[in-house]
Design a protein around this ligand. Structure first.
Ligand SMILES: [Zn+2]
Length: 471
């Protein structure tokens, strides 16, 4: 290895520092392309963003670069840089280059597509989610080569940057199948999640899955007079309320049959790490939980555990009968509830859906007809194995780069890591260096540059460490 004499312990850090100015110029240029996937008027920009990335990769020396724009998926970018060692492992980095819409525009303090730098922060849509993290990987590969003095990476690197993540990755499975050879790998590095905080850097190890459904209860064919028929016929709104009330027991556990049968609990090490993270519940409630007045949930688990590693059933909306001004004395003909479930490994969305149907059937009173409408196939949960050598290597690379104790964390939201794992048949580890308060999907999205640069340093280390750690 070519060690920088000024920084012999941290060749990757020195390399990142030398490349940091170019990195920032480049990221600002990319942020200026408004690749908003949700808006058809911006689909040309999504394509422009893909081609910008492809050009940047070619300029960096990536020997194989392609834009996949054959449809129906919005353009994705694929690149490969083979290691000089044919026995080296192949690592696929997954990320995305599409961004969320910017409304309400008037709440932005800086134009969302200019990449304005204020102190340590770079503002702009995509600065954190996820262009900043993709650019971090480009920088990391440059730094890896500079630090090692090699002309090819120590692992065979593949990059897969999709253009539809913010739209729920509707064609991801199709892309993975169609390009199975291009994407074949030994390990996926999933880069679309944050660390816990700047003061408490973490390796994320999991995301929950999600499943949505709607339940409709119908009594008669029309609303009826509550005096003439009330008391003599079933009330679908009451029935929906009873169904919702039956979803949880007094300890906050979900009562769908078999709901917990496949749940894998976090390891004692993970629980100890969660407990050791700085967590101020009052601050969390006001900053992250919409000003909720108390943290509540399933008995026996901390707030972080409840939102990271425990499955849930939530009522998203409920309706039925008369909701206009004043009173209307009726027995409504119908009522409905929208439900979503956050899932954890190894719960399968299809199995949970079957359990919901069983639960609804058991809680439908006589004289009421039930219909369960499923919203899509759901997204499976995924958790990286904290004993896997790749996870340990990520932890080691992060620890060396952040100069602080690095712990494990998870996120409560959902993403396609489980789909990548299932289709590619390889382990997935998470690698991210953004922060939960980057205001992604919201006005004034930003990324903290020194944190992102440490992330690049960590990724550069990871590529150096992996061949040995995986051997
Ligand atoms: Zn993202």
């Amino acid at each position: 290895m070519t060690a920088d004499p000024a920084n012999p312990e941290h060749p990757e850090r020195a390399a990142v520092a030398a490349l940091a100015d170019d990195f920032l110029t480049r990221l600002r240029e990319w942020i200026a392309i408004p690749s908003i996937g949700a808006d058809p008027a911006h689909h040309g920009d999504v394509a422009g963003s893909a081609h910008w990335l492809a050009d940047a990769l070619r300029a960096d020396g990536w020997p194989e670069v392609a834009v996949w724009d054959e449809g129906p998926a919005l353009p994705a970018v694929h690149a490969c840089w083979p290691s000089a060692d044919p026995a080296a492992p192949t690592v696929l980095v997954y990320a995305h280059h599409d961004v969320q819409p910017v409304d309400p525009l008037e709440q932005w303090e800086h134009p969302p597509f200019e990449g304005v730098v204020v102190g340590e922060e770079l503002f702009g849509r995509g600065a954190s989610d996820d262009k900043g993290q993709v650019a971090m990987h480009l920088l990391a590969v440059q730094a890896h080569l500079r630090a090692t003095g090699a002309t090819a990476p120590a692992v065979t690197l593949k990059l897969f940057v999709e253009g539809e993540e913010e739209s729920g990755s509707p064609h991801l499975g199709e892309l993975l199948d169609r390009h199975a050879d291009d994407l074949a790998c030994d390990l996926v590095v999933f880069t679309d999640t944050p660390m816990y905080s700047r003061d408490a850097p973490t390796v994320n190890t999991g995301q929950r899955g999600v499943l949505g459904a709607e339940v409709f209860f119908t009594g008669g064919t029309s609303d009826v007079h509550s005096g003439r028929a009330g008391g003599g016929v079933p009330n679908p709104a009451t029935a929906i309320a009873r169904l919702v009330a039956a979803l949880h027991d007094a300890d906050g556990r979900v009562l769908l049959p078999g709901f917990y049968a496949d749940v894998v609990e976090p390891t004692p090490l993970e629980r100890a790490d969660y407990a050791a993270l700085p967590f101020d519940e009052a601050e969390w409630l006001s900053a992250n939980a919409g000003g909720a007045r108390a943290g509540t949930g399933e008995a026996g688990w901390s707030t972080l555990e409840r939102v990271w590693v425990r499955p849930t059933a939530e009522v998203n909306g409920i309706q039925g009968g008369y909701t206009g001004p004043g009173l209307k004395t009726i027995v409504p003909a119908s009522a409905s509830v929208k439900l979503s479930f956050r899932l954890v490994p190894d719960q399968q969305p299809a199995k949970v859906m079957a359990a919901l149907r069983e639960f609804v059937a058991a809680n439908t009173p006589e004289g009421v007809e039930a219909e369960v409408v499923v919203r899509g196939d759901g997204v499976p949960a995924y958790a990286a194995d904290v004993t896997h050598p790749a996870t340990l290597a990520v932890h080691e690379a992060m620890s060396a780069s952040f100069d602080q104790p690095v712990r494990y964390s998870r996120t409560g939201g959902s993403g396609p890591a489980g789909v990548l794992h299932d289709r590619l048949g390889v382990p997935v580890v998470y690698f991210g260096a953004t922060l939960p308060d980057d205001r992604i999907h919201a006005p004034n999205e930003r990324v903290v540059l020194p944190v992102l640069l440490r992330g690049a340093e960590a990724a550069a280390r990871l590529w150096r460490l992996l061949p040995e750690r995986l051997s």
